[in-house]
Design a protein around this ligand. Structure first.
Ligand SMILES: C[S@@+](CC[C@H](N)C(=O)[O-])C[C@H]1O[C@@H](n2cnc3c(N)ncnc32)[C@H](O)[C@@H]1O
Length: 239
């Protein structure tokens, strides 16, 4: 019996040891992978012209140039308009709006993450998918808005299909919001990750807007699946 116990405890001990070893190996591999991906990220950032420009021109992030390019191409930002910016943190799209329109507009930014205020623009902190946050935005702009922007992105997993589906979910909630919040004639812009379902989204949006098209601004990284859908001339609420 005693021998048996000894034998089994040795086996159990070995098992534990090899399990530990495996775990250590796994963590070392993971560490290496994370180090090399963060190194790759840092290298890419150092080379990126829009990162440099953002620093020089005082924008909070390179994302600013996506709105700069979208606006350059489509003339989205006009004096006097009311704008909702969904997923606005850290606030560089708000900064672009401020540079373009200053105080001559009404702006509401919304994000799960808190931001440093941009001018005297409104900011709502919360999860957009929760009704309460959603209603707060509607309360602040009861007469409707001229432009709904969504640069919202889910936390990416690296798994293309999952990231696509999650981004489409956010885009679809943003679409519902746009239907409720836009004035007739208003415009809507939303980001998503390409993956197949976007054609269906475009067909649906074509029923509600005069013109709908996909666009990828010059500053959107080529290797990224990121894309924008841009809709002009909201036809108004349809029952
Ligand atoms: C790419 S960033 C936006 C960058 C921003 N346009 C700028 O220029 O600073 C995407 C943002 O979407 C926000 N977001 C994602 N899901 C959200 C949700 N369910 N509710 C609110 N914000 C969300 C994230 O917190 C993140 O800050």
């Amino acid at each position: 019996m005693i021998q048996k116990r000894k034998a089994s405890s040795i086996v159990a001990g070995r098992k534990r040891e090899s399990g530990k070893k495996k775990l250590t190996k796994y963590h070392t591999k993971l560490d290496k992978k994370m180090k090399s991906s963060s190194q790759a990220y840092l290298k890419r950032q150092a080379k990126d012209i829009y990162v440099k420009m953002a620093v020089e021109q005082g924008f909070r992030s390179r994302a600013a140039y996506k709105l700069v390019h979208l606006n350059g191409e489509y003339n989205l930002l006009k004096p006097g308009m009311s704008i909702v910016d969904l997923g606005c943190a850290p606030g560089s799209w708000l900064e672009v709006i401020e540079k373009e329109l200053g105080k001559n507009c009404t702006v509401i930014g919304m994000d799960k993450i808190e931001i440093e205020p941009v001018g005297d623009y409104n900011f709502i902190q919360g999860d957009f998918t929760e009704e309460e946050t959603f209603n707060q935005v509607v309360d602040l702009c009861p007469k409707g808005v001229d432009l709904v922007l969504s640069d919202m992105a889910p936390e990416t997993t690296g798994h293309r299909e999952t990231d696509h589906i999650r981004s489409m979910m956010l885009a679809n909630i943003a679409i519902d919001f746009a239907y409720k919040a836009l004035k007739p004639g208003g415009n809507f812009v939303a980001k998503f990750f390409q993956g197949g379902e976007e054609q269906e989204m475009r067909n649906e949006l074509r029923k509600h807007f005069d013109k709908v098209q996909f666009t990828k601004p010059e500053s959107s990284r080529r290797e990224s699946k990121e894309m924008f859908i841009i809709c002009f001339g909201y036809k108004g609420k349809q029952d």
